[in-house]
Design a protein around this ligand. Structure first.
Ligand code: CA2
Length: 150
């Protein structure tokens, strides 16, 4: 049987990881994180479809695509976390398992980062563990999907 696909979506500026602000976001590049996610997804019995865009509409399209094709999604919406009603609406319309993920603990940062507009539409949020949070999110998605199929 083919492995279930999970989408791992990354928003604006996450393509810059590793190059700047390592004290906040860690030293791993997005390519490093993708490699680790591929391994973690494989171990959990999934195939990861890992993507990044700096464009809000593209992320909305990918959430819709995930809802049509994937068992679940993990999303780090980047700065759109704090602003995007369009992503909130797309996530609300998706009835697959959904996890929001942040490298940093947004509650310990500037006031404008402390509110997530999108978190209300997901099953759970993982934040503050750096790149390791992506692996935690893959494991959490596995647990969510096991509960859904029980
Ligand atoms: O902590 C997170 O994962 C964030 O979603 C990362 C976003 C930020 O806007 C959110 O408030 C929290 C930023 C993505 C990366 O930004 C960089 C900017 C310069 C260099 C490296 C990364």
């Amino acid at each position: 049987m083919a492995a279930k696909t999970i989408f791992i979506l990354n928003g604006p500026n996450l393509n810059l990881l590793g190059a700047r602000e390592p004290e906040i976001y860690g030293a791993d590049t997005l390519a490093d994180i993708e490699t680790a996610c591929d391994a973690a997804a494989g171990a959990a019995g999934f195939a990861a479809d890992f993507r990044q865009s700096n464009t809000e509409g593209t992320l909305v399209d990918w959430v819709q695509e995930a809802n049509a094709k994937a068992a679940g999604l993990i999303i780090n919406p980047g700065a759109y976390t704090h602003t995007s009603i369009a992503l909130l609406d797309a996530l609300t319309a998706a009835n697959i398992a959904k996890i929001e993920l942040h490298l940093s603990n947004i509650h310990a940062r500037e006031e404008f980062r402390q509110r997530s507009v999108t978190a209300a539409a997901v099953d759970g949020v993982i934040m503050g563990f750096g790149a390791a949070g992506y692996i935690l999110a893959v494991e959490a998605l596995k647990s969510l999907l096991q509960k859904r199929s029980a």
